[in-house]
Design a protein around this ligand. Structure first.
Ligand code: TEU
Length: 553
């Protein structure tokens, strides 16, 4: 049966941290299959699985060595087939993660290039250094340091926008593009009905110049042939099956480009992830600082994307969390007294927007940032690089550590908290402890507990997912920002064919009198994180700490 992605919700699984069935401390594909009933209970339509292909795991699978084989640490091809089949029985489809900006330096293509094979050298960007021998350009790797690695035997450098073991692919080369199309078709034949394309707006690079004002991103972000390449990939692979849904991960993209990436009639992708709203606690593009989140900016960005994408008939993925982001309840909510209220409030704000909502494993039970107290507990290559780089820049070890604690991608990567048994039920730990430590709060925050409790964060997410299916105003309505300059309230109206929905949330932990709230006569309150919402009689609404409510007429 065809699925309407406007009414769908996607659940993201990071298999390494989801469920370990063989006791080796690493999650596996069988673990995902074993939890399908839990996922079905939530009511989602798609599972996005982050990469589980053969990989040295320097970037947890985003460094792919072989796109056609399963990393034995995660399982086998038979396990993948079983997962697709079992998911299908439950009405759930699989979305695979395709990393095509780069490959692992252990990939056969790169190994052949390093042997000097000219055919495969053209798969990558090998360039001479500057006359003084330094790197071809001053571009920086997203994980810190230069984006170029010197290869002595060629007296050349190769480009890596991410880790030194992730070599960028040269999409100018038609043979690269054909290989990529073959990979997508291979997985389509296996019954995969969705694809997420990793940093796909970085694939078009042709100009290699020093960036006088920045880190080089302006030369490869939304590059000159990007639309042509996506269109071609669409036509030659997933576009041949109208039932396939795609999402492009767009790094530092512009909204104008996204009209086209995710335009209803442009033939590129179904939707896009953009990240501007998740940089409101950065300083510009600088992530490794501690600054409070800018609430006004958060609203302005979300509303700009909501309204302009709608005007251009283009579709957003809407989300707070993924495997690269800190946990949202720690980031924009409250881990303490209002943990539950704030987790539900944040869910309400995202799930009633125009777009396809994505839930990242554990978000649906309000999992929090790590409780790590020592750098040795962190695993992520980016975090470990920046811990060193920050100290090289003069910060004390303590200050560097505090920044890592707040921004590390590992915040989202600790094991899924299933129950209150040892290791939170993630692993038996028979052969090994979990690859990354379980958060100590698993006795309080775990799935088993929340499935029993009708008032839990889990059941609240379940209601939001069901509501999107039920009400066309959520899946198809227009978006009108409300209270745009209000310092505490995040609110908007959705409208569609005579129906309206008003969503309002107090983003802070203090009771707040929302003056100038919209007239709610004729509306009924259909959801909220408190027993009821109070009006003061003068047209103002009393918003309790982190209160969220939804009204419909
Ligand atoms: O991430 C792309 C990306 O640029 C960021 O999310 C990045 O990890 C972060 O902003 C750095 O501060 C994708 C994947 O989601 C990520 O896990 C991979 O590490 C990255 O691509 C490379 O494949």
């Amino acid at each position: 049966m065809k699925k309407d992605f406007r009414k769908s919700t996607v659940y993201q699984i990071y298999p390494k941290s989801f469920c370990d069935t063989d006791g080796d401390g690493l999650g596996d594909l069988k673990g995902v299959t074993s939890k399908l009933d839990y996922i079905r209970e939530l009511g989602v339509d798609y599972i996005w699985l982050t990469p589980f292909f053969v990989s040295p795991q320097n970037d947890n699978g985003y460094d792919v060595e072989d796109y056609y084989s399963i990393d034995p640490r995660y399982g086998t091809m038979a396990d993948v087939e079983e997962l697709i089949k079992e998911a299908d029985k439950r009405g759930i489809r699989l979305m695979f993660d395709m990393v095509f900006n780069h490959v692992s330096t252990r990939h056969e293509w790169f190994r052949k290039a390093m042997e000097g094979d000219p055919y495969y050298k053209e798969f990558f960007f090998f360039r001479k250094g500057k006359p003084d021998g330094s790197a071809p350009t001053n571009w920086e790797s997203k994980f810190g340091g230069s984006a170029w690695e010197y290869v002595e035997k060629f007296d050349e450098y190769y480009l890596h926008l991410f880790d030194v073991t992730q070599a960028d692919l040269n999409w100018e080369n038609e043979n690269v593009r054909k290989e990529v199309q073959n990979i997508v078709r291979f997985w389509m034949d296996k019954g995969v009905k969705g694809f997420r394309f990793d940093v796909v707006n970085l694939i078009s690079k042709s100009c290699f110049e020093d960036d006088e004002t920045g880190d080089g991103r302006k030369y490869y972000t939304d590059g000159p042939k990007i639309h042509q390449y996506l269109r071609e990939l669409h036509d030659m692979s997933f576009g041949q099956d109208a039932d396939i849904v795609t999402v492009g991960e767009m790094s530092s993209t512009s909204i104008e480009n996204c009209y086209q990436y995710a335009g209803q009639d442009t033939g590129e992708l179904s939707m896009v992830f953009s990240f501007h709203h998740l940089k409101v606690d950065f300083m510009g593009n600088e992530k490794w600082v501690l600054v409070p989140a800018d609430f006004q900016k958060l609203k302005d960005i979300i509303f700009e994307w909501q309204t302009k994408m709608a005007e251009h008939n283009a579709w957003n993925a809407v989300f707070w969390c993924n495997h690269d982001q800190p946990r949202v309840v720690s980031r924009f909510g409250d881990e303490g007294k209002y943990w539950k209220e704030s987790a539900k409030m944040l869910a309400t704000v995202i799930h009633c927007l125009r777009g396809t909502p994505y839930i990242y494993q554990g978000e649906e039970i309000g999992m929090t940032n790590t409780d790590f107290t020592d750098i040795s507990q962190f695993r992520d290559v980016e975090s470990l690089n920046y811990y060193r780089i920050l100290q090289e820049k003069g910060l004390s070890a303590g200050d560097a550590f505090r920044i890592i604690q707040v921004h590390s991608r590992d915040n989202g990567r600790t094991p899924m908290q299933w129950d209150d048994s040892a290791y939170a039920g993630f692993t038996s730990g028979e052969k090994n402890e979990p690859w990354i430590a379980v958060n100590g709060n698993y006795r309080k925050i775990n799935a088993a507990e929340q499935m029993k409790d009708k008032d839990s964060v889990f059941h609240y997410y379940r209601k939001l997912i069901a509501l999107r299916k039920e009400l066309d105003v959520i899946s198809s309505g227009s978006v009108e920002p409300l209270a745009q300059k209000d310092p505490s309230v995040f609110a908007y109206r959705r409208s569609c064919e005579g129906h309206d929905l008003i969503v309002a949330a107090n983003f802070y932990g203090k009771e707040y009198l929302w003056k100038g709230a919209p007239d709610l006569s004729g509306y009924s309150r259909i959801l909220g994180n408190y027993a009821g919402t109070q009006a003061d009689g003068d047209g103002n609404i009393v918003m309790k700490p982190y209160e969220a409510a939804v009204w419909y007429r």
